[in-house]
Design a protein around this ligand. Structure first.
Ligand SMILES: Cc1ncc(C[n+]2csc(CCOP(=O)(O)OP(=O)(O)O)c2C)c(N)n1
Ligand SMILES: [Mg+2]
Length: 357
């Protein structure tokens, strides 16, 4: 006898298409024009900070930086779907989620300058700092989600991982735990098609990355990651499910329009034609079409927002550049005790009066 032991499928959703038309059956009721304008403005702010950060790195004013160019809709759509009670566990690219959550912009720039003080997330923001080792955030997020269930807080956890990150053991182990222990977890796969120079097709022969959840008994869905309303809906629904202790994977299909980090040059490994094809589908074009057709956005509003955001960004950079780190912090938090060699170096630094302005 042969019978089907299992059959699975993954839905793909899109609410706002590339031409700027909305699927009226799918758009959530609370999504008014005002809310879409708010999404647009937050995405614009993120894009402007991002462009500025790349320039600052080129001028030697911040360290290596991972741009979010092209991924604004994934980040703002998902951030807006979270409640203040939900935890956010990023990898290294979700700067826009931090902006949405109210991380002071100067803190972001202090982090970008390489100072650990910039990694301190204010207590009122339920978030972990940026996490660079790929996929190590997944077990953290799983642990936090388990704790929410155990303590019955009603909070859920949203974590992010790249397409490359889904090939790591930590990813599978985390999913497995989440499925078995039914925890309030949403995993957003920010599938930007590239893991540095490795294309999506090399990560998995599976048709979708979302379906990796099926083997763990986790709900999964794929969404157009350049559609901010679609991402909002997918993550909002996923959070509702997660709060009922059914974890969800949301694979947001997007594209990294820029470089992996400022140390990378994508022209070495990918075709311009591919970039151009994705540029035509990027998140702002469709939003602009939609909002302008409804008289909710125009050139004057755009100019005003750009001017306002520019001033906020410049002010934050000035604050970050005035920040004076304590050089002693170089010697702290690495060892549980101070090894002789470090003690000597610290004494040498002090005797050289490096601690004086
Ligand atoms: C454990 C580990 N291995 C390798 C790296 C180097 N590294 C940093 S980002 C990256 C690729 C990540 O690709 P993806 O998960 O798709 O995220 P994206 O950068 O595209 O946002 C690699 C290999 C790392 N940081 N951590
Ligand atoms: Mg990637």
């Amino acid at each position: 006898m042969i019978k089907k032991a299992f059959e699975g499928s993954v839905d793909y959703i899109q609410v706002l298409d590339e031409q700027g038309s909305v699927d009226l059956e799918l758009i959530p009721k609370e999504i008014t024009d005002e809310k879409i304008v708010e999404m647009y403005k937050q995405m614009l702010f993120a894009r402007m900070v991002d462009a500025k950060a790349v320039n600052l790195q080129r001028q030697g004013r911040i360290a290596t930086y991972a741009p979010l160019y092209g991924e604004e809709a994934v980040q703002i759509g998902s951030a807006m779907a979270m409640s203040d009670k939900d935890f956010f566990v990023p990898n290294f690219r979700q700067h826009a989620v931090f902006f949405n959550k109210g991380l002071p912009l100067e803190t972001f720039f202090i982090y970008a300058k390489g100072y650990e003080e910039g990694m301190i997330v204010p207590k009122e923001i339920k978030a972990f700092p940026w996490i660079v080792p790929v996929s190590t955030q997944i077990p953290h997020a799983v642990g936090i989600a388990f704790a929410q269930k155990y303590k019955a807080t009603g909070s859920a956890v949203v974590t992010y991982v790249g397409d490359g990150g889904t090939s790591e053991g930590n990813f599978y182990e985390g999913l497995n735990f989440a499925g078995v222990f039914k925890i309030p977890l949403v995993v957003i796969i920010e599938n930007n098609q590239w893991a540095i120079s490795v294309p999506r097709s090399y990560q998995s022969a599976a048709q979708t990355l979302a379906q990796k959840g099926i083997a763990a008994g986790i709900k999964c869905i794929q969404v157009d990651g350049n559609d901010v309303i679609g991402v909002y809906k997918a993550v909002k629904d996923a959070l509702e499910s997660a709060r009922g202790n059914v974890p969800v994977i949301v694979e947001a299909v997007t594209y990294r329009l820029g470089m992996h980090t400022t140390s990378d040059d994508p022209s070495k490994y990918r075709e311009k034609a591919e970039e151009d094809a994705w540029k035509a589908k990027e998140p702002f074009i469709r939003l602009n079409k939609y909002l302008r057709a409804r008289d909710a956005w125009d050139d004057a509003k755009q100019a005003q927002a750009e001017q306002e955001f520019s001033a906020i960004i410049d002010q934050a950079i000035a604050k970050a550049e005035a920040f004076k780190p304590d050089p002693k912090s170089m010697f702290e938090h690495v060892y549980s005790f101070m090894p002789d060699v470090l003690e000597q170096q610290e004494a040498e630094l002090e005797s050289n009066n490096f601690f004086v302005d």
